[in-house]
Design a protein around this ligand. Structure first.
Ligand code: ATP
Ligand code: LTN
Length: 333
């Protein structure tokens, strides 16, 4: 029987607070995608352990991320929103897939090289095999599509290679997933250094707008955004990266075209433009923050949704895991 809707899988690590980049580049698109596909969105807390976490802050961040998913408009009734660590099949499949992944392949991963250089005191084996756990996440749910940013494309490639290798030996066990690159919001740059991407681990607090920043903070950050010595609001990422980034943000939030935005601000200075971008972003975030604050007080509602969704995810994941166990010859009694 033909599947009705394609299966889509994605997730974020439960580290730090989300930025406007995470929202426009991922979360906001996830909401649109959820109308078209059968979606699984995980709180990737096992992946977070590759970097040392403070247990109390980690627990809080992970819950907060789940609430942000819901507050951003992902319905926990229509989608499967769950915790990776609550479905033990992830760790089990990751182990099995480790045995089908070559060190040569993992040695080529640029994120591992970057992160190892950044955390020289803790270059652990989990960081090294991170892409294998990510492959397990995706393959367990037989996902057809995986929306990811440019930084994760290499991880999706290795996932496809592992799946194809496994299928080559045992027959069609896994669906080979395709990357899904969003049309808008693909890359939001830092407000203080527009050559760098906006990132939650940025040391400059003015570089990133956080999803939970209040209105005044949002307006202030945009007012301070780095632009250039001209005064023309024109989209040209090569020579005007700061202004182009602001146009991109404005366009992502309002859905208006870049040409339209250039026209609106013709003859007006950067001051007016930055204030306008700040206003639309603050307006966009206000309902999300309101819902977030409500959710954080509705503890039982969230906990019930998490439990339900963990169970649904577990059911789907274990179906694949049982097949894999059988194929590789693990003993059944
Ligand atoms: P870190 O600073 O800890 O590396 P991050 O902010 O880069 O984190 P990730 O957890 O790596 O965020 O990514 C979560 C999701 O958000 C991914 O799908 C990623 O592609 C997307 N994303 C992150 N930063 C941006 C950005 N600046 N613009 C667009 N999308 C982004
Ligand atoms: N590595 C991703 C988070 C992630 C993920 C996944 C994304 C873990 N498992 C499976 C898509 C599919 C990140 O850091 N953004």
């Amino acid at each position: 029987m033909e599947k009705e809707k394609k299966i889509l899988y994605s997730g974020m690590q439960a580290t730090n607070t989300l930025t406007l980049g995470n929202y426009l580049g991922a979360l906001k698109n996830w909401v649109h995608l959820s109308e078209e596909y059968d979606c699984y969105y995980g709180v990737m807390d096992l992946h977070s352990l590759t970097v040392r976490q403070d247990p109390a802050a980690f627990r809080k961040n992970a819950k907060s991320l789940y609430a942000l998913y819901v507050a951003a408009g992902l319905s926990p009734e229509e989608n499967i929103l769950y915790f990776q660590s609550h479905v033990s099949a992830h760790a089990e499949l990751a182990w099995i897939l480790n045995c089908f992944t070559y060190m040569g392949e993992l040695n080529r991963m640029t994120q591992f090289k970057d992160k190892a250089a950044k955390h020289t005191d803790n270059v652990n084996a989990g960081l090294y095999t991170y892409p294998v756990l990510m492959a397990a996440d995706i393959l367990l749910y037989q996902a057809d599509l995986v929306p990811v940013g440019a930084d994760q494309k290499q991880h999706l490639e290795i996932c496809r290679d592992i799946a194809a290798r496994f299928n080559g030996i045992y027959g069609d066990v896994f669906t080979i997933p395709e990357p899904y690159i969003a049309k808008t919001g693909a890359k939001i740059q830092s407000l203080s250094d527009p050559e760098k991407k906006m990132s939650k681990s940025d040391e400059n607090p003015n570089g990133a707008v956080l999803l939970l920043d209040d209105r005044d903070t949002v307006l202030r950050k945009f007012k301070r955004a780095v632009t250039d010595s001209e005064s023309e609001v024109r989209f040209d990422p090569e020579t005007k990266p700061g202004v182009s980034n602001l146009i991109n943000i404005y366009s992502c939030v309002t859905g208006r075209s870049k040409e339209d935005i250039e026209k609106e601000f013709e003859g007006k200075g950067y001051g007016d433009f930055k204030a306008a971008v700040g206003e639309v972003v603050a307006d966009e975030l206000a309902p999300l923050q309101k819902r977030y604050n409500e959710l954080m007080t509705e503890k039982t509602y969230l906990e019930e949704r998490i439990r339900e969704n963990d169970q649904k995810a577990s059911y789907a994941a274990n179906k694949t895991l049982r097949k894999v166990r059988k194929k590789v010859g693990l003993t059944e009694v």
